[in-house]
Design a protein around this ligand. Structure first.
Ligand code: NI
Length: 167
C-alpha cells in the first residue's frame, strides 16, 4: 500500500467530474487500499478518489471509534433520503477549517464493492453525512460551496492563515 497525495483547495482538479467505474480489477482494489491508508494517516473519516486526482466514482470512509470499519463505495447512488440536520464538517482538502453544513439526516445508498458486487446501505448520523460529503467530491463539489459568500470568505481566509502557520 502507498500513501497518496491529497489535493488541496483551490486545486482546479477538485472540480472535475468522476467517471463511472466499469473495470473491477487489481488496480481498483489497490487504489481503494491506498485511499484507506491515506485517509487513516491524515487522519480523516472519509476520502473521495477526486481528492487523490483519480476521476473515478469511488470513495472510502470509516467513522468507527476503533478505526477498524473501513467502507468502500464504488459508483454510489443516493436512492432515498429523509430529514435534514446541521453538522460541523471538515475536509482533508481544507486542512484545519470547519463549517456547519446542512445535510440529509438519513440516506439509502446503492453502491458496488471493489469486486463489482452491488449492495445497499441505509444509515444516519455521521456516516450518512460523510457519504454525502464524499459523493459531492465525485461531482466536483466541496463543502464550502454550501456557505454564504461571507462565511465562505471568512473560512478561506482562515485556511490561508493555517497554511502560512503550517509552512
Ligand atoms: Ni472532503
Amino acid at each position: 500500500m502507498a500513501k497518496l497525495e491529497i489535493l488541496e483547495f483551490p486545486d482546479p482538479r477538485l472540480r472535475l467530474n468522476a467517471q463511472t467505474v466499469e473495470v473491477f480489477d487489481a488496480a481498483l482494489k489497490r487504489l481503494a487500499d491506498d485511499m484507506l491508508e491515506t485517509m487513516y494517516a491524515a487522519p480523516g473519516i472519509g476520502l473521495a478518489a477526486t481528492q487523490v486526482n483519480e476521476q473515478k466514482r469511488l470513495l472510502v470512509t470509516d467513522v468507527s471509534e476503533g478505526r477498524d470499519a473501513p467502507l468502500v463505495l464504488v459508483n454510489p447512488e443516493l436512492l432515498e433520503t429523509s430529514g435534514t440536520e446541521m453538522c460541523q464538517e471538515g475536509c482533508l482538502s481544507f486542512p484545519g477549517v470547519y463549517a456547519d453544513v446542512e445535510r440529509k439526516e438519513w440516506v439509502r445508498v446503492k453502491a458496488q464493492d471493489v469486486t463489482g458486487k452491488s449492495f445497499e446501505l441505509e444509515t444516519g448520523g455521521l456516516l450518512a453525512v460523510c457519504i454525502q460529503h464524499e459523493m459531492d467530491h465525485l461531482v466536483g463539489k466541496v463543502f464550502v460551496d454550501y456557505l454564504s459568500p461571507l462565511k465562505r470568505s471568512l473560512l478561506l481566509r482562515k485556511l490561508e492563515k493555517q497554511r502560512r502557520h503550517a509552512g
